[in-house]
Design a protein around this ligand. Structure first.
Ligand code: ATP
Length: 370
């Protein structure tokens, strides 16, 4: 890491730059020991350079800077796949924590405080898709039988795949990658245990139906967790777990999920504390990390100055912690908490009528008056 650390800021597309700019107002005012490199948003990138040049700029920022604070992309901002697969950020950390003033739909949200670790590189996100006829040609389709019956609505069974119009997508895991993300989750559970959390790892997937893929993922997580005797390990089938996220979220500490379930369940978790505007995230590899909110680009509210920047500000707090600026991270979190506890300058998704910028100003005031 350089001294001071360098941070590239990539605002992204649609409404995301509004959230990033609001967060940057607060971060600049904190006079942090950080060297900032502010990159253009997706629209500006498209106006001023070719896609290839934009992609090169984004990659270069990732390679030259210690980390990136990123809005979100709808595809217009190019090259961000490099942050994930190029830099092998295999663990997507998504804290789900309710704070007083967050507009949760639950009757008793007090005390919800857990972290989802989503495997970030494998599963269906490889994007390997194609025609079912290719599966028939490979011979793979002849295998699956449950109680002697093919699991397909195609008349004649899987061997008739070639005649049916259909598509497939591949879900895959590799042992080395599952092991490293499981170790990451266990170490996180250990760190949280030191801070007074239970020290528990929960792993979930559709193990009953997909025993050789999802079941294997959970088995490997269990094997890894066995090497951490201070960490309790439990598993739930994905559909049961979806219910538990709403019915008993207080029981959770660290949750390890395959990529797709992690994506879906973290939106569900965000919903339980009050919505997507409140959920931060960081993506960690062995030697690099970047930070972005859980939400996407919120295209439906772009240009309206009503996107809630809390998720981006809290992602920045995770980033400060990662850069060794733990005190400033805690200070920023406290300012967000003060703003919600006061409840006077909240964005429309939280029941208020403050603009994105007014909310950020309130956080800034809370920081300076603390
Ligand atoms: P992606 O697939 O890129 O994650 P998405 O399809 O999940 O994106 P989002 O951009 O996350 O979509 O938005 C989903 C809904 O939540 C939209 O109605 C959007 O306006 C709302 N939303 C998302 N983020 C925020 C925010 N920070 N503040 C207010 N509303 C938000």
């Amino acid at each position: 890491m350089t001294t001071p650390p360098t941070v590239a800021v990539l605002p992204g597309d649609d409404a995301a730059p509004e959230a990033v700019h609001a967060a940057m107002t607060v971060l600049h005012a904190m006079e942090l020991p950080i060297q900032w490199r502010i990159l253009p948003d997706g629209h500006e990138l498209a106006q001023t350079m070719s896609r290839e040049e934009g992609e090169a700029l984004v990659r270069q920022a990732a390679d030259e800077c210690d980390t990136v604070l990123f809005g979100s992309t709808n595809g217009q901002t190019p090259g961000v796949g490099y942050f994930r697969w190029g830099r092998q950020t295999f663990a997507n950390v998504r804290p789900i924590k309710w704070r007083p003033g967050f507009r949760s739909p639950l009757a008793e949200p007090e005390g919800i405080d857990y972290v989802i670790v989503r495997e970030n590189l494998e599963d269906l996100y490889a994007g390997i898709e194609g025609d079912l006829a290719d599966v028939a040609a490979s011979g793979l389709a002849d295998g699956p039988r449950v109680g002697g019956v093919s699991r397909t609505p195609i008349a004649g069974g899987f061997s008739h795949f070639a005649e049916a119009e259909g598509r497939y997508a591949i879900k895959y895991f590799t042992r080395a990658n599952v092991e490293r993300v499981a170790h990451f989750a266990c170490r996180l559970a250990q760190r949280r245990r030191e801070q007074g959390h239970p020290g528990k790892l929960t792993c979930s997937a559709k193990t009953n139906v997909l025993s050789r893929s999802d079941g294997w993922f959970v088995d490997i997580a269990g094997e890894v967790a066995a090497g951490y005797p201070d960490i309790e390990f439990e598993t739930f089938i994905a559909d049961d777990f979806a219910r538990r996220l709403v019915a008993s979220p207080h029981d959770l500490d660290v949750v390890l999920l395959p990529n797709l379930y992690g994506d879906i369940f973290s939106d569900e978790g965000a919903g339980t504390i009050g919505g997507l505007g409140l959920a931060p995230s960081g993506c960690f590899g062995d030697d690099w990390a970047y930070f972005e909110s859980v939400h996407g680009t919120a295209p439906d509210i772009a240009g309206r100055h009503r996107i809630n920047p809390t998720a981006t500000i809290l992602s920045a707090a995770l980033m400060l912690d990662h850069l060794g600026l733990a005190n400033q991270a805690a200070q920023l979190e406290r300012a967000v908490e003060t703003t919600y506890a006061a409840g006077k300058h909240l964005t429309p998704d939280q029941g208020g009528n403050a603009s994105t910028e007014q909310f950020a100003e309130a956080v800034l005031n809370a920081l300076t008056s603390a």
